[in-house]
Design a binder for this molecule. Structure first.
Ligand code: CDP
Ligand code: CDP
Length: 208
């Protein structure tokens, strides 16, 4: 069983994906980390994020060991990831990687922007997790605060709006709701309530 989870920044898709993976005992891939790792590789090598050849080479040579680098989690890397992820060659280089992960015998949970639309169009379950931009900014602001990254709420909100627009407006695999996805709006749902809504969808599909 493949569970595809997409949605904008700080919608709660990662938290949900992790919990569903534990609950159904499936491996989980946070695909945003792949794009963050490509961005970090370029920055470490002093390359421009818009350098298409260097970005594609970094994506092709991506080392899985790199995905646990704590520098990937910061807000600057989310922004940098969104710049490199707009490049078609980067996306193409990461596609096989993601599909191999999703092809595990027992199934998998993947979360990102284009899992239900491009990476796993035949996924058994597709969820689109969203929340108002203000609620997402509040969550990300709280998270950054907890990590000691002091950023004003307004700056977090404008960051999120800019990144959403870039992800939704790009030509290559833009962020959009797959036709057969179930939308879970978490604006008024905590992580437990979102998890209950999602297992309702997954288990309902098993009975159907
Ligand atoms: O993966 P994504 O960027 O979509 O979001 P996340 O990392 O799962 O969640 C962002 C923050 O919101 C985390 O600190 C979560 O604990 C919190 N969260 C929440 O407050 N309510 C939810 N329903 C889901 C997540
Ligand atoms: O956690 P958050 O939603 O803030 O970011 P992320 O999921 O780590 O993704 C960082 C950036 O990578 C996104 O803004 C997208 O531009 C890109 N991304 C993508 O294009 N496709 C994916 N499947 C996952 C991430």
């Amino acid at each position: 069983m493949v569970i595809a989870i997409d949605g904008p920044a700080a919608s709660g898709k990662g938290t949900l994906a992790k919990r569903l993976a534990e609950h159904y005992r499936l491996p989980h891939l946070d695909t945003g980390l792949l794009y963050r790792a490509v961005a970090l590789t370029l920055l470490d090598a002093d390359r421009d994020l818009a350098d298409a050849d260097a970005a594609a080479a970094a994506a092709r040579g991506l080392d899985a060991a790199f995905l646990s680098d704590p520098r990937l989690r910061g807000s600057a890397m989310g922004e940098a990831a969104s710049i490199v992820s707009a490049q078609g060659a980067v996306r193409a280089a990461l596609l096989d990687w993601q599909r191999r992960f999703a092809g595990a015998a027992e199934g998998a949970v993947l979360d990102g922007r284009d899992i239900g639309t491009v990476v796993c169009p035949d996924a058994a379950v597709k969820l689109f997790v969203t929340a108002s931009a203000e609620e997402r900014a509040r969550r990300r602001h709280r998270e950054l605060d907890g990590r000691g990254e002091a950023v004003a709420y307004e700056a977090v909100l404008s960051d999120i709006l800019r990144r959403d627009a870039r992800d939704a407006d790009r030509a290559a695999a833009p962020l959009r709701v797959a036709e057969d996805a179930v939308v879970i709006d978490t604006t008024a749902l905590d992580a437990d309530a979102a998890f209950r809504a999602a297992t309702g969808v997954v288990d309902g599909r098993d009975r159907a």
